[in-house]
Design a protein around this ligand. Structure first.
Ligand SMILES: Nc1ncnc2c1ncn2[C@@H]1O[C@H](COP(=O)(O)OP(=O)(O)OP(=O)(O)O)[C@@H](O)[C@H]1O
Ligand SMILES: [Mg+2]
Length: 251
């Protein structure tokens, strides 16, 4: 049998550094395998999926997922979203939506779409295995590379092997980080030792997002940065706690 269900792998989750060091080689190997998977023989995605070559259609599915996430939180987190610049007329994904039109059609392959440290296991020999294909869909393999590069802060493929779609994916992933980190802040303990909830790339993503969105850069460099956001979130959480104390949940 050529393909089988993934076996149980004994090991542990790698540290971020181990992941960053080992991911590139493993991702290349996994992509080689996934590129050979016959899509027609796999079970169909649970929702109707864009046809092979509709690279724009697949990208817009990813964009829509973030638009829904934004809608879900926009009332409760309005103040934070506003401070960051996410309350744009066309929504926070307006740039990505427009940029989708410039994507070139590519032959789709199975993409994992969520390769990150907690979806990998490192065995005793120090080998890394990618697990959790729960989000896998047919799509542009360059989106996969863009996602991993974005998370590991280093390129898997050299520039000359990347598709022309790459700048669109990179822009989208930056905007997505700004949105996700603004939401994540509201869920995390913001005491000084716990502030790593925010990705190291947050500041540069924020600058790049505001530039793409046509927002004026802040008057003082860094005035709309991480610390300001943490401060806003702390006040937000304190308010939430006061509200909850005043409205105890029904028992
Ligand atoms: N093939 C495997 N071999 C060994 N352990 C596995 C395997 N697949 C999953 N696990 C274990 O189960 C955990 C959750 O699996 P997975 O990432 O597939 O699901 P998930 O829906 O993302 O769950 P979670 O919400 O916990 O992240 C993994 O972190 C890992 O510890
Ligand atoms: Mg998982």
């Amino acid at each position: 049998m050529k393909y089988s269900v993934q076996r149980y792998i004994e090991g542990r989750r790698p540290t971020r550094d181990e992941f960053a060091r080992l991911a590139r080689a493993e991702v290349r190997a996994v992509r080689n395998q996934l590129s050979e998977m016959p899509l027609s023989e796999l079970c169909a995605p649970s929702v109707p999926w864009p046809a092979d070559g509709d690279t724009r259609g697949v990208f817009l599915r990813f964009v829509e997922a973030d638009e829904q996430l934004f809608e879900l939180h926009k009332d409760e987190l309005a103040e934070i979203f506003d401070a960051v610049g996410l309350l744009l007329p066309g929504g926070p994904m307006a740039w990505s939506r427009a940029a989708a039109d410039s994507l070139v059609s590519r032959r789709h392959e199975l993409i994992h779409a969520d390769i990150k440290d907690d979806n990998t296991i490192m065995d005793r020999m120090g080998r890394l295995t990618i697990i959790d294909y729960g989000n896998a869909v047919p799509g542009d393999p360059d989106l996969e590379y863009a996602i991993v590069d974005h998370r590991t802060m280093g390129p898997i493929l050299p520039n000359n092997l990347r598709s022309p779609n790459r700048p669109v994916y990179d822009g989208f992933l930056c905007d997505q980080r700004v949105l996700h980190d603004a939401i994540k802040l509201s869920l995390h303990d913001l005491s000084p030792g716990q502030r790593r909830a925010i990705h190291e790339g947050y500041r540069s993503s924020l600058v790049s997002f505001r530039k793409r969105a046509g927002l004026r850069s802040t008057r003082r460099p860094g005035s709309l940065d991480y610390d300001k956001l943490v401060d806003l979130m702390q006040r937000h959480n304190a308010r939430l706690q006061r509200d909850r104390a005043g409205n105890p949940p029904a028992v």
